[in-house]
Design a protein around this ligand. Sequence first.
Ligand SMILES: NC(=O)C1=CN([C@@H]2O[C@H](COP(=O)(O)OP(=O)(O)OC[C@H]3O[C@@H](n4cnc5c(N)ncnc54)[C@H](OP(=O)(O)O)[C@@H]3O)[C@@H](O)[C@H]2O)C=CC1
Ligand SMILES: CC(C)(CO)C(=O)C(=O)O
Length: 299
Amino acid sequence: MKIGIVGGGAIGLLIAAYLSNEYEVTVYTRRSAQAQRLMNEGLRFVKRGETKRVSLQAMAFAEANINDDLVFITVKQYDIATIINHRNLFDQVKTVVFLQNGMGHIKLLSPLMEKNIIVGIVEHGALKHDDRTVEHTGIGKIVLASLYGTFGQAVNLSAKSISDFPFEFANNWENVLVKKLIVNAAINPLTALLRIKNGDLLKVKPYYEMMKLLFSEFKQVLPIEDEQKAWEHIVSVCQKTAENYSSMLMDISQNRKTEIDAILGYVLEKGKELGITLPLSQFLFYAIKGLEEGGTKNE
Ligand SMILES: NC(=O)C1=CN([C@@H]2O[C@H](COP(=O)(O)OP(=O)(O)OC[C@H]3O[C@@H](n4cnc5c(N)ncnc54)[C@H](OP(=O)(O)O)[C@@H]3O)[C@@H](O)[C@H]2O)C=CC1
Ligand SMILES: CC(C)(CO)C(=O)C(=O)O
């Protein structure tokens, strides 16, 4: 099976590192220089202090005529529209897997409903050190669910059980994405604003209370079946990732755009649809937007 991976970031390179042993993998990068480097020097994969070189194919996305059996899209939420508008990708490809945090991309995917469109969440931790080096920092799983059509060629992913890199298949895409959304909505904006590690949301009582208030507010507008279980899940992710800085805090500290639109922006849209005002979510949304727009640069 031929696998394409759009985006040579942390998650794209992590998937490439694991799937290259079993399949023919091509990484489609934004920059030609990254593709050249991956082709010439190979991918450097780091896990538990050990380093391995992985050979794969790579080329610039803009120049590619993609005809792989299965394509993973691993760009950030805010780059999804550019990817979808790339006509070559979707002419020949039948099955596409979108692996973004948040839920902003769902409404963009309806033009693709004639294909097998799969959405999923990544519960691994991955850190990109440079254009050819990725480190597997937290072992978890990838959970996939079908949005349109069937699982298509993605079913093959369960046939080979790859150690430390399992795929799980779920029935209800909304449940899968909401479970991750609530974690990112509770943890990411608060940690980015307060500049704290995920674990501090539990350790520092007033921060814990802030997270609880935020959850009590946004749970009103999301399809959550069991509120107690959902809260316990957020707490357990804070515990498991206690020493981590959230991706939003990392984005803010490195002056990068964040995925706030697809996380709290999505929550606020739901509030609008339901006629429910969400002042805490709105406040945090503006705070992160302010930081994105240069708050940090003025320090
Ligand atoms: N990293 C992690 O541990 C986790 C990440 N996630 C989620 O996974 C998704 C991806 O995250 P992550 O891998 O960390 O993000 P990165 O920013 O590391 O990677 C995104 C990659 O997409 C590339 N890209 C952007 N536009 C294009 C384009 N037009 N064509 C080809 N490539 C493009 C970027 O290229 P360039 O470098 O040139 O800008 C970059 O390499 C996010 O939604 C994130 O929230 C979820 C769980 C864990
Ligand atoms: C799970 C969590 C909160 C880990 O930091 C994450 O997904 C992120 O930072 O985006």
